[in-house]
Design a protein around this ligand. Sequence first.
Ligand code: SF4
Length: 164
Amino acid sequence: MNRWTKARIRELERRLGAFREACRATTLAAVEHATRSPYALLVSCVISLRTKDEVTAVASRRLLALPGVGRKTANLVLGLGFAIPAICVDTHVHRISNRLGLVETSSPHATELALQGVLPRSLWIPINDLLVTFGQNRCHPVSPRCTGCPLDGLCPRIGVTHHR
Ligand code: SF4
């Protein structure tokens, strides 16, 4: 049974959006905002697959070689670059969606498909930025900062064994 009603999804979006406003923009969001270029976004996303956000920011300005493009990258570029609804599922989106109980999945691809059935299409593009920001600043992979979490009351903390 999925207890994520439309009203709860709207409340989740509102709280994540408020949290997002208080945080530094992710590198990919900054690239999209600064360039409005799908190509620059694509290159930055490929770089980010194997680097930390800070490194991506530097490397994106240098435009390195362009290796293969996977599903995550393709969806990000479809969404941010061309405004075509697609859910970009990276490690943050996969982890937090499962902790919240939005989905119950074991792979990013399965998470993408499950989220398509849970989230309104209006959230397919922004959910990546919202959850990446949230994952980088609050809901960390190890020992998330649950005390005082803005999603308190919405999050069942599924699979969380250690937290602060
Ligand atoms: S309560 Fe903890 S597990 Fe849930 S979203 Fe917040 S930080 Fe993450």
